[in-house]
Design a protein around this ligand. Structure first.
Ligand SMILES: [Mg+2]
Length: 216
């Protein structure tokens, strides 16, 4: 029987990115409190985000601060997040691991930010670090084929799966390569909303929980 290779997207697939955002706002609010004696910035930033406003610009205005936006962004992207895997996600990864399947990640983003997330989620317990492909250091981002070919070349003659959430970019390359593509449906909490797309962008399967992977 052929070996299976399961490659996952990170944000809004293995955990909800809104949790990272909240963690970053918490960190920034603590810093504003300690350095500028600003209180309740966390609730204010979150409400700005929910209204679709420019969070950091508004925060400067509301609290009469002159902080560079780049300073906020550096803290947002570079903070060590307090995020964790859902128990059901942990169980799925554990199950795949004990079945001896190969596990990997292909994620777009900055090396520091995505590496911090991978470490905070404890994903290295299930997925080898060298199988975690982060676009900034790998040199290609989705929908390029390269990251997917990395897995095909490293593990030839297997059955390949890509599990993601972004119908605009996650499934184009693996569809071309004949992988089984699986989209985790938005439960209403995703940062990037899912819309209807044409067939070359569409996944083969939609699932509402990663647990469904075990019965595909
Ligand atoms: Mg995603």
């Amino acid at each position: 029987m052929k070996k299976k290779v399961f490659v996952f997207d990170l944000d809004d697939t293995l955990y909800k990115e809104i949790d990272f955002l909240k963690s970053a706002y918490r960190e920034i609010a603590d810093w504003l409190s300690a350095s500028f004696h600003v209180s309740d910035a966390y609730d204010y930033m979150l409400s700005c985000y929910q209204r679709g406003e420019n969070v950091f610009l508004n925060t400067n205005e509301k609290y009469n601060l002159q902080i560079e936006l780049s300073e906020y962004l550096t803290r947002y992207r570079g903070h060590v997040p307090h995020i964790s895997l859902l128990e059901e996600v942990r169980q799925v990864l554990y199950q795949l691991k004990i079945e001896n399947d190969v596990l990997g990640i292909i994620t777009d983003g900055r090396e520091i930010t995505q590496s911090n997330k991978i470490a905070a989620l404890g994903l290295e317990e299930y997925i080898q670090r060298e199988n975690c492909i982060i676009s900034e250091c790998f040199g290609y981002s989705k929908p390029a084929l390269e990251a997917y070919l990395f897995f095909q070349n490293k593990y030839p003659d297997c059955i390949y799966y890509y599990i993601g959430d972004n119908v605009d970019k996650d499934f184009i390359a693996p569809n071309k390569l004949g992988w089984t593509t699986v989209c985790l449906l938005d439960n209403g909490m995703n940062i990037h909303k899912q819309r209807k797309v044409d067939v070359q962008k569409s996944p083969l399967y939609f699932i509402s929980s990663l647990k469904e992977l075990l019965v595909l």
